[in-house]
Design a protein around this ligand. Structure first.
Ligand code: GDP
Length: 446
């Protein structure tokens, strides 16, 4: 992505490739009048925000390409903040492509992924949290994800960050004043005031940070790993939990290569089940590459279903895997003809064949996933979480510094770091790498 040059229009097909009823081609930037008049043979741009039926002719061979509905959004009242034309043409592969080729011929450049949104960011139409929420909105797979993305896109989260940023700036002003008048000593009144502000900043950041697990869950689901020896019925359980045949089920050990993921919902909470059958195919599992991958997956998972058709607890002990008790659920598989068992082992008796025990297992999972939805803004990306975590730690260090009467200039420099992180969240300050990382995940045309 060209980071500074908005001097030319960009064009792209904004709808997915393939045959469909209609497609939309978008063009944004300066000199759109010249482009519009050249390929519609009209003398002026249409009335902004009104749909106009226009014939589009190829500037290359003058042939009619299509009759389209064109909507003109005049700068700055458009998504990008620039002049924008949205051209709704007949769908399919050829027509939208011919329109883009015509636009390129007339001076536009092919847009990179996310370049329209990037221009919207440069023109202060959206901040970085809003940009991330667009990406999240497009890829949302569940109601919660959709609700939070819409809320963040409206600026709900950014408002909180702007308020925090203002508080930190004010704190810096107090401290810099102190430095001017008292060199290295902070007066008693100011010390009280600064400590109060830092404590309130700490609790605000902590509250935000506490939402990051929920944010992760709504973005990618609670991650539940299915672990166990080959052939014990993991893939069958995986399919059963997903309610459809997503994984290949077979009685040959090691059919499921690597991991297979499947998304589902339990009680409205998105869940991502992960079948790890392939990791256990080596006879020397503990020595194999499988163990390394398994450990990584265990670390990454929120919960682990340890499955066995004989005794999951005994089998688990034999693996010597270290998994926190809170994360583990033991499942006995292939329990097709349940016999009344007074001993009551601490595991779930299930059968993928008959469905026996599945309801109880799902109820248990549902209890494990009963997170409360936070009332305020929700941190939804790792970038947001890391910046907030870093600000939280620095705030804690500042509170310690002030309690230990450390030098004011050290305190000032730490608070400047906090401000930098907070401003990075919304993109008031940014680096080329951060921008590229955010926008590269967008589709072309967005
Ligand atoms: P994985 O290697 O652990 O993923 O095991 P699979 O799910 O591929 O199952 C291995 C074999 O066990 C297949 O032949 C399945 O049909 C069979 N199987 C799986 N679940 C059950 C079950 O609940 N009851 C019975 N009787 N067989 C099962």
């Amino acid at each position: 992505m060209d980071n500074n040059n908005n001097s030319y229009p960009i064009a792209a097909i904004a709808t997915p490739a393939g045959v469909g009823a209609i497609s939309i081609v978008r063009v944004s930037g300066p000199s759109l009048k010249k482009i519009f008049c050249s390929f519609t043979k009209k003398s002026s741009l249409p009335k902004p925000r009104f749909a106009s039926l226009c014939s589009i002719y190829s500037p290359i061979n003058n042939k009619l390409i299509d009759k389209c509905i064109i909507t003109y959004f005049k700068a700055p009242f458009s998504f990008t903040g620039e002049d924008v034309l949205e051209i709704s043409c007949h769908g399919g592969n050829l027509i939208p492509q011919l329109i883009v080729e015509s636009l390129i011929y007339l001076g536009a450049k092919n847009a990179s992924p996310g370049e329209f949104s990037y221009r919207a960011f440069l023109n202060n139409k959206i901040d970085l949290i809003q940009a991330e929420s667009i990406s999240s909105l497009i890829s949302s797979k569940n109601d919660l994800n959709h609700d939070v993305a819409l809320k963040n896109l409206s600026g709900f989260f950014s408002k909180t960050i702007n308020a925090i940023s203002k508080d930190v700036s004010n704190l810096l002003i107090i401290l810099e004043n102190e430095l001017n008048f008292n060199e290295n000593e902070i007066t008693f009144t100011s010390k009280k005031e600064i400590t109060k502000n830092l404590n309130s900043l700490y609790s605000g950041l902590k509250k935000l940070h506490n939402t990051s697990f929920f944010g992760k869950v709504i973005e990618s689901g609670v991650r539940v790993l299915l672990l166990g020896r080959p052939n014990v019925g993991k893939s069958s359980l995986f399919n059963h939990l997903l309610g459809h045949d997503r994984a290949i089920v077979s009685n040959i050990s090691g059919t499921t290569r690597d991991t297979i993921e499947g998304n589902s919902e339990i009680n409205g909470i998105p869940v991502c089940f992960v079948d790890t059958a392939g990791y256990w195919e080596s006879s020397d599992f503990l020595e194999s590459l499988g163990i390394k991958k398994t450990l990584k997956e265990i670390d990454f998972a929120d919960f682990v279903l340890f499955v066995d058709d004989k005794n999951p607890i005994k089998q688990f002990k034999e693996t010597n895997l270290k998994i926190s008790k809170n994360k583990l659920v033991f499942v006995l598989s292939k329990n097709d003809t349940p016999i009344l068992n007074n001993k009551k082992e601490p595991f779930f008796y299930t059968s993928s064949k008959t469905g026996h025990g599945m309801e109880t297992l799902i109820e248990h999972l549902s209890c494990l996933f009963s997170f409360n939805k936070p009332s305020g803004p929700i941190v939804t990306s790792l970038r947001q979480k890391d910046l907030i975590f870093s600000s939280l730690n620095t705030t804690k260090a500042c509170i310690d510094m002030i309690n230990n009467n450390l030098e004011t200039d050290l305190l000032v420099s730490n608070i400047q770091d906090i401000l930098y992180n907070i401003e990075s969240l919304i993109g008031k300050v940014y680096t080329k790498d951060i921008i590229n990382n955010i926008f590269k995940n967008f589709c072309v045309g967005k």
